[in-house]
Each structure stands twice: as structure tokens, then as C-alpha cells.
Design a protein around this ligand. Sequence first.
Ligand SMILES: Nc1ncnc2c1ncn2[C@@H]1O[C@H](COP(=O)(O)OP(=O)(O)OP(=O)(O)O)[C@@H](O)[C@H]1O
Ligand SMILES: [Mg+2]
Length: 348
Amino acid sequence: MAITEADVRGALTRVKFPGLSRDIVSFGFVRSVTVSDGNVAVEIVMTTASPTAGEVVEREARRVLSELPGVREVTLDSKVHAPQGAPAEQAPRDLLPGVRTKIAVASGKGGVGKSTVAANLALALRQTGSTVGLLDADIYGPSQQLMMGCTDKPMVSPEQKILPVDGHGVKVMSLGFLMDADTPVIWRGPMVMKALQQFIEDVDWGTLDYLIVDLPPGTGDAQLTVTQQVPLDGAIIVTTPQDVALIDARKGLAMFRKVNVPVLGVIENMSTFVCPHCGKSSEIFKHGGGRRTAEQLGVPFLGEIPIDPAIVVGGDAGTPIVVSHPESAAAAAFAAVAAEIAQQVTGH
Ligand SMILES: Nc1ncnc2c1ncn2[C@@H]1O[C@H](COP(=O)(O)OP(=O)(O)OP(=O)(O)O)[C@@H](O)[C@H]1O
Ligand SMILES: [Mg+2]
């Protein structure tokens, strides 16, 4: 049987992006496929700071295509662009050398539970035995120091590095430790933005399996700048079940594509509500919008977090639900998301 475009795309899903378990097709790196008479031409466009990723992908793509029955000749046109702001000829300096995987938690709009997800995800990863850090990069309203129950201020090491503060076994660093709550928000943007990169470099994280970065809400310039300053490996978009959330999630995806940070998936927060009295499940904000959003954006759906008043109490008290109610449905949902992320990042 003659080989088709679908066969070619199918084969290319076996090519994983180096360091991640996601494939180049789902990342949208395969721009075009033409097949005629067993001659296959594929155009691949990647944006990555990695000096070797392009070569690895090209080699793998060539291998899987040449193994396809019926293929006569493979023509690969692959282009690698450096992320915006990084000069192509020079590999960017690794600002966080001891940190294996840096993942941002973002949302198109505020108040969807981004910080809640970041904190609980960090703790769920910690509970699986990984070493985890949590960086609150929300220049507008840093909240992780409160959410993670960090009452101490960070200390400075003899090497003049800032030491993160422990929060339930996770290393926490927040701009909130350094900012006065009374600093007018209008001053924070330009001032803090400038300081952020310096700040990131000056923290001694030690070695970490994961660093979770809580981004400021929205997808404007401020968020873009932060994503350019923290060398991210992947991003998670938090959304709520309403249909309108799709528009915001789409903006988030576009932002990460611009700086070529792979989107690991979408989480639906404030999904169903389970009544603590009768145990019946109600769909306050509808339900399933997150899954549809993920499908429409072509990224994985990572899971849904139920609405639970204990989440609010836990966040305010500095003991997130994963720690305060590890047996709850919400904690189980966070654990499932953590497992999915670990699977995507490490492949097992
Ligand atoms: N699944 C949930 N069930 C109940 N309450 C929740 C849930 N998720 C978040 N909340 C509550 O919603 C409020 C907003 O959450 P959070 O601060 O995490 O949002 P955010 O997206 O980080 O907001 P901001 O944009 O201001 O940074 C908090 O009071 C939090 O406790
Ligand atoms: Mg927040």
C-alpha cells in the first residue's frame, strides 16, 4: 500500500523531544509533510536553546522514516531557531545549574488557583521523594511565603547566596520575602523585573529534581519577561471550567510558543464540588472545559482539581491541602497530576 501523510506523521510521533517524553508532532514542530511516490519530504521547525536538540531530532526523524515500509527517499528540511532574546550563536548560560527540571505554572487570568496548584504540585512531587523548590515569581502579588507557611526570612550563606526557606520539605523562595507589602504595585513591574534575573542567580537552590515557578497571572509583557529570564523546561496552564477560559488558555499557549517553552498540559481547577454533607457531586462552574480546551489546543489534559473549602483554609493557614488532608479527593488529584508530570519529564 502506498505510504500516506498520516503514516509519516504517525511515525514521527515516535520522535521525542530530547529530555522530554513528548513527541515533536504534538509540540507542533512538524510544519509540513509531503508524500509522493514513496518520496517523503518533511519540514521541521524548532525553537530551542539547546545546541544539540536539533541534531538529535533530525537523526531520529530520519531513522523512523527510513524504517517505514514503502519509503524510497527522505528529505528533511529542519530549522532550529534560538528563543527570542537569546543570540543564536551563543548557548545561554545556565542560571540554575543544580536544578534538573524547571516548570512554570501559568494562567491566562488571575484568581484561577495558579498559586494553589503550584504549591500543591510542589508538595505532591516532594511526597514522591523528589527534591523540590518553589519559586514565586509573581511580581504583582507573591503569595507562596504565606501559602507554604514560611514564617522565617531567608538567610544569606557565607558565599553571599540567598538560602531558600523550608516549607513542608520544599525549598521556597518568593519575591514576597524581599518586597514590602506596601510597595506600590506600579513600582514593582520595572523595578522587580530588572532585579529578577539577578535574584534567580543569587539563590542557592542546591540540587533539585524540580523547580516549580509560580508566574504572575496573565500573558502580557511581564509574564513573557519572566519566562525569558527563568530557563524553563516546560509549562502548565491552569484554567477553570468555563468556556471563556479557553481564550485565556490559548493566549498562554501562544506566549510559551513564542519563547519555545513546551506546554506540558492544562489543569482544570475548581472543577466539580463534592458536598461534604451528602457526598453528591455538583458542577458549579460546569465541568470538562479544561479537557476540551486541552484537546482544542492540542496539548495533554493533566487532570481536574475539585472545589474544596479545605483548599482555601489550607492555603490561608500555610498548610496546603496535600499536606493537611492527604486523603482528600483534591490531594489525590494533585498526586495524579504530579505523576503525569514526572512521567512526561522523565519518561517513567
Ligand atoms: N480547587 C479549589 N477549591 C476551592 N478554593 C480554591 C481552589 N483553588 C483555589 N482556591 C482558592 O481560590 C483563591 C485564589 O487562588 P490562588 O491564589 O491560588 O489563585 P491565583 O491564580 O494564584 O491568583 P492570582 O492571580 O491572584 O495570583 C484562593 O483563596 C484559593 O484558596
Ligand atoms: Mg497567585
